[in-house]
Design a protein around this ligand. Sequence first.
Ligand code: SAM
Length: 358
Amino acid sequence: MKLSFSPKLSTFLKPSSVTNLHRSFCSSSISSPPPTSLKPQTPLFLKPPVHSAAFSDLQKWHDWAKSLASSVGSTFVDLDNGPDSTLLCREIKWLMEDAIEEESEGMENNQRSIRLRVALEELYMLWKQRVEERRPFQYVVGCEHWRELVLCVQEGVLIPRPETELIVDLVGDVVLGNEGLREGLWADLGTGSGAIAIGIGRILGTGGRVIATDLSPAAIEVAGFNVQRYGLQDVVELRQGSWLEPLKDMEGKLAGLVSNPPYIPSDDISGLQAEVGRHEPKVALDGGINGMDDLLHICKGAASMLKPGGFFAFETNGEKQCKHLVEYMENDAGGNFCNLKIVPDFAGIHRFVTGFHK
Ligand SMILES: C[S@@+](CC[C@H](N)C(=O)[O-])C[C@H]1O[C@@H](n2cnc3c(N)ncnc32)[C@H](O)[C@@H]1O
């Protein structure tokens, strides 16, 4: 992905001076949402630059996009902690970086032609969707930067969050110096875009494999696209189905089990930022009355899936859910687990529960 404008273009378009080191996640209606498609969509930055626009027309788009972003002020922040104008202006820069291929040579003035990966009319439509319908930026451009990866995402598939990156680090720590785990069979339940499975697949040893499951056919399709893009078809296998059902042949064989299941209490869904609540799949968010339905279901099954010494890591909504999960594993899970730990995320919030099968 191209991360910067050519100097010439950037001078003229005066993009925000903020660099594109990290695209912060903006949590987020579409009056008429793009239909959820099973077919993986090519993200903008991978589309061929078959369109073009005169520089002056692109400049007009940029001025329009900026004034639309500026008109937001702090309205969305006040409403639901959504993006402010500053973040939206930064996103204009990122959108252009993905949309612009390069300047065509040979024209010196405002009529010189800019090669684009999307038609200018569509660029207008995309930015209207972003601001007026609060469509998440990641769905607008079709990808999210996560760890060292650029993962394709689209409607119907959860946008992977930064805090979830830590699950891969936790697995990295336990496989280091433990050949049985490094060369073993892992499962990522509710894989979404395939983020965790791909992250783990890249750190396992040559014999290691990951089975990634999801109930959602859209997620399985998109995860498959991402797995292929990273050349991990031989390492990450995708299976569609509910939680442990697609893993019946794996009982007692797993070296590791990880999951970031839906964990938002049902009553909290309506209060989510518009980008999340209106656009991201409910099946990826809603964890039942107290948010624990799926976490407890997975925990109940974990003991029968893991081999002795097998590792697990689960992401939670934080704090209370971590405590609840540990209590369940200590008291109700038949004494099957040991070395239970609550691990904080980057913000210091108790987020993950990890441990081993005895
Ligand atoms: C919070 S998202 C996590 C996605 C991805 N692992 C990540 O961290 O970005 C939860 C995922 O669980 C999936 N899911 C929901 N119910 C499920 C079920 N019964 N069985 C399997 N997957 C399920 C959703 O489709 C969604 O992809």
